[in-house]
Design a binder for this molecule. Structure first.
Ligand code: BES
Ligand code: MN
Ligand code: ZN
Length: 494
C-alpha cells in the first residue's frame, strides 16, 4: 500500500473510492455540506432516514452518486464531534481496512476535512500505523491465503494547505513505525524450526544490505565463551542450535563518539523450559519468546530508515532453551560475565540468565541508556493483562521518558515498583543470587535479578510477556512495543 498527501477538490477528483468522514449528529464539516449541496442532500437524507448515524467506525458504501467524480463513496462514522479525532482513529482505520478486503478499489482518496494544527501530524501517523496493522497477514506457510486488500494507493486529501507539512511528517514517521511493526511481526511469527539464533543473525545481515548505515557483528558460542558469558551459554547448552548474539550498530549522531542508546532483546527462539520443562498446553506459543529480539530488529530498521541523528546499538540475544543431554540443571551454579554467581533454581527462568550477561557485555558501549525488552515473566500477564507492557528501571527520568513515549504512541505501558525490599527473595544460600524465587511479585523479582547487572548505566526493563503476542484464535505477534520505542528515539533525536 502506498500513501500520499494532497490538497485536492474531492468532488472533482477521479478515483475508485472517496472516503468521507461523517460526524454523529446534525453539524457536519464544510466539505460534507458542500458535498450534500452538490448531491441533493445525499448524506443529510441518509441521516434523517436513520440509515447512517455517524457512529464511530460505522461504514456505508454508495455507488454512482450524481455530480461526484469518484466511482464509489465510502461513508465512515467519526463519532461525536467533540471527541478527539486521534483517539477515534484506531476504530476508523480498522473499519476501513476490514471493508477494503471486500471492496475492489485500487485507489482510495480519504478526505481529512476535520484536521487542525494540533492533530494533523498525529492523526495521519496513527492512521497509517493502524491501517497497516489491520492489513497485515502472515500466510507464508498457508496454501489458502487470507483475503487481501486490493487497494494499492491511498491518498489523504487535506483542504487547509498549512496542514500539509505536519501531515507529511506524520506520514513519514507513521510509515517507518508501520514498516517496523510489520517486520517485527513477521520475524516473531516464524516457527522455531525456521527461526533459530542463526536465522536472527541472517536477518540482521539482510537489514545491513538495505541500510549501509548499520554495522553488524556476531558472537557465536566460542566468542561468548571467550567473553565469559557463561550464564547465556548455559541456557543454550541443551539445544542443537548454536547460541548467537547479534549486535547491530547505528551511528547517526554528528558526534560519532556520542554515547549510544542500547536496546537489548531477549531472543529465545524456543523456550521449552529446559529440564524444568513447561506443561504441554500452550507450549507452542514459546516460539514467541524471541519477541524482544524481533522488537530490536524492527526498531533498528526504523532508526536506519528515518536516519535519526543519534547513536543506537541493538542486541539480539539469540538462544534456545531445550532439555537436551548437555542441558543445564536446577542446582547448577553459574559464574556470569560480571563475576557474580547464580544458583539455578528453575531452568525455565532462563531469560534473565541470557540477559544478565548481555547487560554486562553492553557496558563496553558506555551507553547513555540501556533498555532491555523481554518476554520475561508469566507473572507480568497476571499483573497487567495483555494491555500493558511492564516497565521498571533504575533511573526515574528514563522510565518517565518511556512512559511518555508509550502514551504518545498509544502503546500502553505501566510502571511496577523496583523496590529493594524484593531483593531478599532472590538471595541464595550457596551463590550470590538465585534465578527464581517463586510466584510472589514474579515480574519484579525478575527485574531485581537484572538490576544486579546494570549498576554502571541508566537502565530500564520492558516486560512484554503480555503484549508481544495474542493467544488463542487470533494467535500471532503484535509488534509491540516497537511503536513506543521509536517514539522514545524520536524524542531523543530532537
Ligand atoms: N518466556 C517465559 C515467560 C512467559 C510465560 C512469557 C508465559 C509469556 C507467557 C519465561 O522464560 C519463563 O518461563 N518464566 C517463568 C519464570 C519462573 C520460572 C520464575 C514464568 O513466568 O513462569
Ligand atoms: Mn522460561
Ligand atoms: Zn522464556
Amino acid at each position: 500500500m502506498n500513501f500520499e498527501i494532497k490538497s485536492s477538490d474531492i468532488v472533482k477528483q477521479k478515483t475508485d473510492c472517496l472516503v468521507l468522514s461523517i460526524w454523529q449528529g446534525k453539524t457536519q464539516s464544510q466539505q460534507v455540506q458542500d458535498f450534500d449541496q452538490l448531491t441533493n442532500n445525499t448524506i443529510a437524507n441518509l441521516i434523517t432516514a436513520g440509515d447512517f448515524s455517524g457512529k464511530l467506525g460505522e461504514t456505508l458504501v454508495l455507488y454512482n452518486v450524481a455530480n461526484i467524480a469518484a466511482k464509489k463513496v465510502l461513508l465512515v462514522g467519526f463519532g461525536e464531534r467533540k471527541s478527539n479525532p486521534i483517539e477515534n482513529v484506531d476504530k476508523i482505520a480498522k473499519s476501513i481496512a476490514n471493508l477494503l478486503t471486500l471492496l475492489n478499489s485500487k485507489q482510495l482518496v480519504i478526505s481529512l476535512a476535520h484536521l487542525n494544527k494540533t492533530n494533523s501530524y498525529g492523526f495521519v501517523k496513527r492512521f497509517v500505523e493502524t491501517m497497516t496493522y489491520h492489513s497485515y497477514r502472515f500466510d507464508e506457510f498457508q496454501s489458502t491465503k487470507a483475503p487481501v486488500i486490493k487497494t494499492e494507493n491511498i491518498q489523504f486529501s487535506i483542504v487547509d494547505k498549512t496542514l500539509i507539512a505536519p501531515a507529511e511528517l506524520g506520514l513519514k514517521h507513521g510509515l517507518a513505525v508501520a514498516n517496523a511493526v510489520s517486520a517485527t511481526r513477521t520475524l516473531a511469527n516464524q516457527p522455531s524450526n525456521v527461526c533459530n539464533a542463526q536465522f536472527l543473525a541472517d536477518k540482521a545481515k539482510e537489514l545491513n544490505q538495505h541500510f549501509n548505515t548499520l554495522k553488524i557483528s556476531y558472537y557465536d558460542e566460542k566468542a561468548l565463551a571467550k567473553l565469559g558469558m557463561n550464564a547465556y551459554l548455559a541456557v543454550g547448552q541443551g539445544s542443537q542450535n548454536e547460541s548467537i548474539m547479534t549486535v547491530i550498530e547505528y551511528q547517526g549522531a554528528k558526534d560519532k563518539n556520542a554515547a549510544p542508546i542500547v536496546l537489548v532483546g531477549k531472543g529465545l527462539t524456543f523456550d521449552s523450559g529446559g529440564i524444568s520443562i513447561k506443561p504441554a498446553a500452550g507450549m507452542d506459543e514459546m516460539k514467541y519468546d524471541m519477541c524482544g529480539a524481533a522488537t530490536v530488529y524492527g526498531v533498528m530498521q526504523a532508526v536506519a530508515e528515518l536516519n535519526l541523528p543519534i547513536n543506537v546499538v541493538g542486541v539480539m540475544a539469540g538462544c534456545e532453551n531445550m532439555p537436551g543431554t548437555g542441558a543445564y540443571r536446577p542446582g547448577d551454579i553459574l559464574t556470569t560475565m560480571s563475576g557474580k554467581t547464580v544458583e539455578v533454581i528453575n531452568t525455565d527462568a532462563e531469560g534473565r540468565l541470557v540477559l544478565c550477561d548481555v547487560l554486562t557485555f553492553v557496558e563496553r558501549f558506555k551507553p547513555e541508556a540501556v533498555i532491555d525488552i523481554a518476554t520475561l515473566t508469566g507473572a507480568c500477564i497476571v499483573a497487567l493483562g495483555h494491555h500493558y507492557t511492564g516497565v521498571m528501571g533504575n533511573h526515574s527520568q528514563l522510565v518517565d521518558q518511556l512512559l511518555t513515549a508509550s502514551n504518545q504512541a498509544n502503546d500502553k505501558a505501566w510502571q511496577l515498583p523496583l523496590d529493594n525490599d524484593f531483593q531478599e527473595q532472590i538471595k541464595s544460600t550457596c551463590a550470590d543470587i538465585m534465578n527464581s524465587s517463586g510466584r510472589d511479585g514474579g515480574t519484579i523479582t525478575a527485574a531485581c535479578f537484572l538490576s544486579h547487572f546494570t549498576h554502571n548505566y541508566h537502565w530500564a526493563h520492558l516486560d512484554i510477556a503480555g503484549t508481544a503476542w495474542v493467544s488463542g484464535g487470533k494467535k500471532g505477534a503484535t509488534g509491540r512495543p516497537v511503536a513506543m520505542l521509536i517514539q522514545y528515539l524520536l524524542e531523543q533525536s530532537r
